[in-house]
Ligand binder design. Structure first.
Ligand SMILES: [Zn+2]
Length: 298
């Protein structure tokens, strides 16, 4: 190959800012009741079914006494979470089962041919340097048509980093924990954690010669170092089906809490059924990198 080699295009559908999505409005008249129920549920470890019954009962009481004003009070735990903004918002992309190119879910579901809903085919060019015309585009079916419904073959849920970080920053002591590394005791010449390494110490905000360091005391709780990981596991007994989870640890946090579940960012869930070949993971990382880039620009 000469210098004119073209690389496979890993770009995902355009990034959508989660803030652009419709926000549920919180009705101030009853949001405190929902907050009380959710706190009660956590405090006494109430199961979901019991919480659901309590919410339904509360609605009956409120509508009985307060009338139509309370008709918007939720009648399920799902709706209560949605109103309180506790629901995880996943963006779902559809990967090609063969080449792993990602597509917008709505585009796949709403695809039409001759004005009839139809199965959309992958139009990704996996080997842009190949001379064989026939083998150029992938053409794999991205969905199945069952009766009149289009169902994607695979789904790739992406969790918003911004939303998860927002929830973490609302927790008491979270910012304090993020500053821990800047206030820690240092012992010369002993490497005890990532902060003692050259990357953490010398990483610059920009490529310019006089750029300030990225990790420094005055921004110790807002300039975050994320460590990305991908783990494969088998969620089902008796069948070989691998699912991959892409997640990130926040290196600013002290090591004893850095890898706790509540402090990890879930970035995306790879659908399987097989482990994706290494270079194909680029497709799944691309939308995550896009969101990280948009956060970097903030
Ligand atoms: Zn494909």
């Amino acid at each position: 190959m000469g210098n004119d080699e073209i690389f496979e295009d890993y770009s995902p559908p355009p990034y959508q800012d989660p803030d652009m999505e419709e926000e549920s409005t919180i009705n101030e008249r009853f949001s405190w009741i929902l907050l009380w129920i959710m706190t009660f549920r956590i405090r006494f470890n109430i199961p979901e079914t019991a919480t659901e019954s309590l919410i339904k009962f509360m609605k009956l009481v409120l509508v009985e006494i307060g009338g139509e004003d309370f008709s918007k009070f939720p009648n399920s735990l799902y709706l209560a979470r949605k109103i309180l903004g506790l629901k995880d918002r996943f963006r779902i992309l559809v990967p090609c089962p063969k080449c792993h190119k990602l597509y917008e879910r709505q585009e796949v579901i709403n695809f039409r041919q001759d004005d009839i809903s139809a199965v959309m085919k992958c139009h990704h060019i996996e080997f842009p340097n190949s001379n064989h015309h026939k083998s150029r585009s992938c053409k794999m079916a991205l969905s199945q048509k069952i009766a009149t419904t289009i169902r994607p073959e695979l789904e790739f849920p992406l969790a918003s980093i911004q939303q998860q970080l927002g929830a973490m920053f609302r927790r008491p002591n979270f910012e304090y924990s993020l500053r821990h590394w800047a206030n820690r005791q240092q012992t010369d010449n002993i490497l005890t954690d990532i902060y003692d390494g050259q990357v953490w110490k010398n990483f610059k905000k920009t490529n310019e010669e006089d750029s300030p360091k990225f990790f420094r005391n005055d921004v110790a709780d807002s300039h975050l170092g994320l460590m990305l990981n991908l783990d494969w596991f088998q969620p089902y007994d008796g069948t070989v089906h691998s699912t991959g989870v892409i997640y990130a640890a926040i290196c600013n946090l002290p090591r004893d809490i850095r890898f706790k579940r509540e402090n990890m960012l879930i970035l995306g869930i790879l659908p399987g059924p097989n482990e994706v070949r290494l270079h194909k993971i680029n497709h799944y990382l691309a939308p995550i990198v896009d969101e990280l880039m948009s956060l970097w620009a903030v």
